[in-house]
Design a binder for this molecule. Structure first.
Ligand code: ZN
Ligand code: ZN
Length: 407
C-alpha cells in the first residue's frame, strides 16, 4: 500500500463551546474543509453531551469517522482546561471511549456540559492517566500562550504531567509560535509538533488556518497514532501556519496602550507599562527565550508560513473587510481554478496563480520567498499584514489594530 499525504486540522470547537459560531456543525464543516483543502479534522468538544449526540447522528465509521458521502474524515477530539488553567488536546479512538472518559470526568467537573471546552478540577497528570486508560492520545494545546498554555504555568512538561510526561504524543504550537521558535527548548525535540487552527468558525478564514500534512497508509486511529509517535515511516511531513508575529500573543506588550516591550525592559519595569502603568503581557517569543536552552533542531519537518487566502486578497487590494464582495469574488475565482485554498497557498506554481490575479499571485509569491512585512501581534491583538514593500508604521497601526473587528 502506498503512503497517503493528507492535510489535517486536529483541534477545533463546536457550536457548544464559548464564543463559537452557531454554524459550527458537522455538515458545514465537511463542506468547508473541502474548500479549504483539508481531508482530516478533529471533532472538537467530544465530551459535551449535545455535541456527542450530534456527532453520533452524523458520523459513521470505526476509529476514524466520515460524514455521509463526503471526503472529510474526523477523529474524536476535545480540548479540556485543567485545575492550573492549562489546556490539553485529547484524541480518542471511538465514541465508546469518549463516553467512558466522560463518565470518569463527570465527578471532576462542576458541569461537563456548560462549555464544549470543559473545566476540570484535576491536573495534567491525572488527565493523562484517564486518557491513557481510554487508549487516547494527549498533548498540551497552544503550549506557550500567556493564559492557558502549559509553559505559562510550568517550566517543563514534567512539572505538569508528572510520571506521564513521557507519554505525551504531541505538542500544539499555537498561532503565536512556529517550529523554529519552539525547538529552542530541547525537551521538545522528541515530540511531534502540531499546528492546528483552534477554529471557532467553519469557514476557510478560520478552519485550518494552521494545519499539518501527514504521511500515513490509510485513515485509521492506529495510523494517526503511529504518525504522531513517528513510527514505521508514518509522520508529520509539513507544518503550515501563521508567521508567529501574526499571533495575538507574540510579543510582550502593554494590555492597555499596546506599546511593545523587549524582555529585558519589561523585566526592569516589573511588567508595568512606562507610559500608562498598565500590565505588560508577556509574549510567546519572550517566554520561549526565557526557557530556551539550545539553538534548534535540524531534524524537524519544514514549517511553511501561510495566512488565509481571504486575508491575503484583502491586503493585496487594501480592502479593509475580509468579507467584502470583491474579496469573495477573487477568492471564488481561485477556488474554481485550483479546487481548494491550500492548493493555491502552497502547492500551485506562482505563474499559474498570477494568470488568475496578478496582485494576489505576487503576494503569495512574497510569502513563499519570506518577504512579508507586518505589524506583530501582542497583548491579545493579532498582527497585521502590510501591503508589499510597505514599511511597518508601528505607532500608527498600534491604535488601528484595536479596531480590527474581524478578529
Ligand atoms: Zn485552548
Ligand atoms: Zn501602556
Amino acid at each position: 500500500m502506498d503512503f497517503l499525504e493528507i492535510n489535517a486540522d486536529l483541534h477545533i470547537h463546536s457550536k457548544y463551546a464559548r464564543a463559537v459560531s452557531k454554524r459550527m456543525e458537522i455538515p458545514i464543516l465537511a463542506e468547508q474543509a473541502k474548500l479549504k483543502g483539508v481531508q482530516f479534522l478533529g471533532t472538537g468538544d467530544c465530551l459535551h453531551n449535545k455535541w456527542l449526540a450530534h456527532l453520533k447522528e452524523n458520523l459513521k465509521g470505526e476509529g476514524i469517522y466520515t460524514y455521509r458521502e463526503s471526503e472529510t474524515k474526523f477523529v474524536i477530539e476535545v480540548e479540556v482546561q485543567d485545575k492550573d488553567r492549562v489546556h490539553h488536546v485529547i484524541l480518542l479512538p471511538s465514541f465508546s471511549k469518549a463516553e467512558e472518559l466522560r463518565e470518569k470526568l463527570l465527578g471532576y467537573s462542576d458541569n461537563l456540559d456548560a462549555d464544549g471546552r470543559p473545566w476540570l478540577r484535576i491536573g495534567g497528570e491525572k488527565i493523562a492517566e484517564f486518557v491513557l486508560e481510554s487508549e487516547g492520545l494527549f498533548g498540551p494545546a497552544h503550549a506557550f500562550t500567556p493564559y492557558f498554555g502549559i509553559y505559562a504555568h510550568f517550566n517543563s512538561l514534567k512539572e505538569c504531567y508528572g510520571k506521564y510526561s513521557e507519554k505525551i504524543s504531541f505538542l500544539e504550537l499555537g498561532l503565536s509560535a512556529d517550529s523554529y521558535l519552539a525547538d529552542k527548548i530541547s525537551e521538545l525535540h522528541r515530540l511531534t509538533f502540531l499546528s492546528n487552527s483552534d477554529a471557532h468558525s467553519p469557514y476557510p478564514l478560520r478552519l485550518a488556518r494552521e494545519f499539518n500534512r501527514f504521511k500515513i497508509k490509510e485513515f485509521s486511529f492506529e495510523e494517526l497514532k503511529k504518525a504522531l509517535l513517528q513510527k514505521d515511516g508514518r509522520k508529520v511531513i509539513l507544518n503550515c501556519g501563521f508567521y508567529p508575529e501574526h499571533g495575538k500573543y507574540h510579543l510582550s506588550r502593554c494590555k492597555k496602550c499596546l506599546t511593545f516591550y523587549k524582555l529585558e525592559d519589561a523585566k526592569k519595569l516589573n511588567w508595568r507599562c512606562r507610559n500608562c502603568r498598565g500590565t505588560i503581557n508577556k509574549g510567546v517569543k519572550d517566554r520561549i527565550l526565557e526557557l530556551s536552552d539550545c539553538e534548534g533542531n535540524q531534524e524537524r519537518p519544514k514549517y511553511t508560513h501561510i495566512y488565509p487566502l481571504t486575508e491575503i486578497i484583502a491586503t493585496a487590494y487594501s480592502i479593509k473587510s475580509f468579507y467584502s464582495k470583491t474579496v469573495s469574488e477573487i477568492w471564488e475565482k481561485f477556488i474554481k481554478k485550483f479546487g481548494n485554498e491550500i492548493k493555491v497557498l502552497i502547492d500551485s506554481p506562482i505563474e499559474e496563480l498570477k494568470k488568475i490575479d496578478k496582485k494576489v499571485g505576487e503576494y503569495i509569491e512574497a510569502f513563499r520567498k519570506d518577504e512579508i512585512q507586518q505589524i506583530p501581534g501582542g497583548a491579545g491583538v493579532y498582527g497585521k499584514l502590510l501591503p508589499l514593500k510597505k514599511e511597518p508604521d508601528v505607532e500608527f497601526f498600534k491604535y488601528r489594530q484595536k479596531g480590527l473587528g474581524e478578529y
